[in-house]
Design a protein around this ligand. Structure first.
Ligand SMILES: [Zn+2]
Length: 260
């Protein structure tokens, strides 16, 4: 990777406590590696204050949302709080998305609340004319059907996408991008390799989902946006194009989607 390539990590939870001891050093290392910024998604009302503080301190764009793992019986209250936050932040240019929100069948015990909580957030994305950052684990069918019935003005991204080429195409047909993360670096992630090999580069943005989703090769260490260069290189390899071309396209895709 040459030094002139500008990269953006489209999904990193750099507000999480895992980064408290070395956040300054990490942002300095990112700048050195030409990773100009990362988008920090929101996950729940108890996280938003700290998230916004970190986002503002490091001038990062951010999303505000209720992650499916944090949805419980009190979800209507959390949605009211989200709606109020979005109103309060509506003049802030760094607010670029609603999310992360979505569906997760692996955390199925709150499934019946996840659906209405997501629907409420899609309506908020519509109202505020923002794209959505979507989390989808073992939930592609219900998510696709919900996205089909809500035509959001700015669509969004299926972050950390993992699924078949057919599923990927259904999202793309609806106007959504696919966020490709560290999973791509795992040799056994064949389905994802196929998706990146087959579909046009216009369909993707790249992300690390730090501190989660550490690839197997880096097992035991903390994931961080510094990994984004490796993900871009792997995407370029699978697309059989140069690093320069692929990183430029990925950059323009993320700038366009979030109007950065
Ligand atoms: Zn996330």
């Amino acid at each position: 990777m040459t030094a002139s390539l500008r990269l953006i990590d489209s999904h990193a939870h750099l507000d999480f406590p895992e980064f408290d001891h070395d956040r300054d050093a990490l942002f300095a290392a990112m700048a050195k590696a030409n990773i100009t910024t990362c988008i920090i998604p929101g996950v729940s009302p108890v996280h938003w204050d700290r998230q916004l503080q970190v986002a503002h301190q490091y001038a990062c764009p951010y999303g505000l949302g209720l992650h499916p793992w944090y949805v419980d019986a009190h979800w209507p209250k959390a949605i009211d709080a989200l709606s109020e936050r979005l109103d309060n932040c509506s003049g802030d240019k760094k607010l670029v998305a609603v999310g992360e929100c979505g569906l997760d069948k692996m955390h199925g015990e709150n499934w019946h609340w996840q659906l209405p909580a997501l629907e409420a957030q899609l309506l908020l994305a519509s109202k505020h004319q923002l794209p959505v950052i979507l989390h989808s684990v073992k939930s592609h069918d219900p998510l696709i059907s919900m996205l089909s019935s809500h035509s959001l003005p700015r669509r969004g991204v299926i972050h950390g996408f993992y699924g078949s080429v057919e599923i990927a195409k259904r999202y793309i047909e609806l106007g959504y991008l696919l966020g490709v993360g560290g999973l791509l670096l795992n040799e056994d992630a064949k389905k994802l390799h196929k998706v990146v090999e087959t579909l046009p580069i216009e369909s993707f943005i790249c992300e690390t989902d730090s501190p989660a989703m550490t690839p197997k090769s880096a097992k035991g260490s903390r994931n961080s946006p510094l990994l984004i260069g490796q993900i871009v290189t792997k995407m370029a390899h699978l697309q059989k194009k140069s690093n320069v071309l692929i990183s430029e396209r990925l950059l323009s895709n993320v700038l366009q989607l979030f109007e950065l």
